[in-house]
Design a protein around this ligand. Structure first.
Ligand SMILES: Nc1ncnc2c1ncn2[C@@H]1O[C@H](COP(=O)(O)OP(=O)(O)O)[C@@H](O)[C@H]1O
Ligand SMILES: [Mg+2]
Length: 206
């Protein structure tokens, strides 16, 4: 969908940091953009997410979780994203459907095809026009955070999971190379920002 842009990448790669700077950039340049992230402040979408995140709900199976994420997503879409697009704004969303593909479809092993099909029902024609992928390996993102102790078994498991997520994103990019805008996220905050602006300008997004 035209003017609908998402930002994706592994944990700690700088998505929120870059969104904050982009917000300022758009304000300074008078570009009307709605910045959002799931569940986007939608009351119902938030309630659905509470069910997923409630530690008491141990019996939620992976597929149920995938449907709940898709339900929360479509509510956010209907209440927040679609009205903004209809009012002529661009929308930049911190994580969207590709996160479900990478985390649940691939890293958790539900299967990309199943997670795609159920999300297709939820989002319909509202696939992002472009997806900015902040490319930084989980190992480097962990190191930047002050370094997970990779000798600790739990941290190592965690790292392996995030590596599967990263591989998942690589598969998504290989499948749809024209939708993804790959940004080398290993530089300074300013360098990453400059790349995002240059790539977005090239495509007429900003
Ligand atoms: N380019 C960068 N270089 C160094 N540190 C960064 C950079 N971008 C973000 N950070 C820091 O890394 C941490 C995670 O960034 P954040 O934007 O919250 O990541 P995400 O939203 O992708 O999980 C924050 O402490 C942030 O200040
Ligand atoms: Mg973030």
């Amino acid at each position: 969908m035209k003017d609908f842009i998402t930002i994706e990448g592994c944990e700690g790669v700088g998505k929120s940091t870059q969104i904050d700077i982009l917000k300022q950039y758009c304000a300074d340049n008078g570009i009307p953009v709605l910045f959002t992230r799931e569940p986007g402040g939608s009351r119902v979408a938030e309630k659905i997410r509470d069910i997923i995140l409630d530690a008491d709900n141990v019996e939620i199976c992976d597929m149920c979780e995938a449907f709940l994420y898709a339900s929360s997503r479509v509510q956010h879409l209907e209440e927040i994203i679609i009205p903004a697009l209809n009012s002529g704004k661009k929308v930049i969303c911190d994580r969207f459907v590709d996160s479900s593909y990478a985390y649940q479809g691939i890293a958790r092993g539900l299967g990309l095809d199943r997670v795609k099909r159920l999300n297709q029902l939820a989002i319909g024609e509202y696939m992002p026009q472009y997806t900015i992928f902040l490319d930084l390996s989980p190992r480097k993102a962990f190191d930047r955070k002050g370094g997970a102790d990779i000798h600790d078994r739990l941290e190592t498991q965690d790292l392996r999971f995030h590596e599967r997520v990263y591989e998942g994103y690589q598969l998504l990019i290989a499948n749809e190379p024209d939708r993804f805008i790959i940004i080398d996220a290993s530089g300074t905050i300013e360098q990453v920002h400059e790349q995002i602006i240059a790539q977005c300008k090239d495509r007429g997004i900003l």
